[in-house]
Ligand binder design. Structure first.
Ligand code: AMP
Length: 235
């Protein structure tokens, strides 16, 4: 049975990086609802405006919309052999919808809780900077660019800070995580489908841990050669 890998954890836990590695090395498409909404928010429509307002405030987009978007994206042919969810489900109705989806698509759910203590989360979020061209992610505390404020790959391109990575917005996002998403983690745990990994590990070490918990390390021969382009599509 193929897998729906659910990477679950607080904002800033590193889910996006790990999801991209799983896509790059295992061919499991990364479905990041945050990325989908950031792309949608750039367009010009009442719906885009609604998403923009929610995202900028650090608040969750309505379950109804998220559910429709995930149902649509996961019905694409590249998801036939499984996929990685990054940032979904985040609420009880979303988790419920995922159960139905998994049943219909005949996938099993494997949830991986990327656990990071609050003090590190805060530095990861406040320090995060993104190259708008390559999508590469830096951090002023943990992974600074060679030249402050500028991309390593495109030295003339200024790094940007996500509007929802401002301290007041981070507070709202972390509160939403504790209120809405924590219970989902407990739910996956109680139903025997949750593994915890230490999200403070270096990305490569963490990736190996995740592969182990998913049983993918037994299939090392299937791994695709690394291209070093993880993160190229991050918005
Ligand atoms: P992320 O990049 O996953 O931190 O998501 C950024 C923002 O996108 C969130 O603060 C929400 O506004 C929206 N978003 C992403 N995923 C979801 C979801 N599953 N449910 C509701 N809102 C979401």
């Amino acid at each position: 049975m193929s897998k729906i890998v659910v990477l679950i954890g607080a904002p800033g836990a590193g889910k996006g990086t790990q999801a991209r590695l799983l896509e790059e090395r295992r061919g499991l498409p990364q479905i990041s609802t945050g990325d989908i909404f950031r792309a949608l928010a750039k367009s010009n429509s009442p719906l885009a405006e609604e998403v923009r307002i929610k995202q900028t405030a650090g608040e969750l987009v309505s379950d109804d919309l998220v559910i429709r978007i995930v149902a649509d994206r996961t019905s694409a042919s590249d998801c036939r052999n499984g996929y990685v969810l990054d940032g979904f489900p985040r609420t009880a109705p979303q988790a419920e919808m995922l159960e139905g989806l998994a049943r219909d698509q005949q996938h099993e759910i494997n949830a991986v809780f990327v656990d990071v203590p609050p003090d590190i989360l805060e530095k990861r979020l406040t320090g995060r900077r993104t190259c708008p061209v390559s999508g590469e992610i830096y951090n002023i505390y943990f992974k600074p660019p060679k030249k402050e404020g500028y991309s390593d790959l495109y030295p003339d391109v200024q790094l940007i800070q996500r509007p929802d990575d401002m301290p007041d917005k981070i507070k709202v996002r972390l509160e939403a995580y504790e209120r809405d998403t924590r219970p989902i983690i407990d739910y996956f745990k109680q139903t025997g489908r949750l593994e915890r990994v230490d999200g403070t590990l270096e990305p490569e070490m963490l990736y190996r841990e995740i592969e182990k918990t998913l049983g993918l390390d037994k299939y090392a021969w299937m791994e695709r050669p690394a291209t070093g382009l993880a993160g190229k599509n991050k918005i």
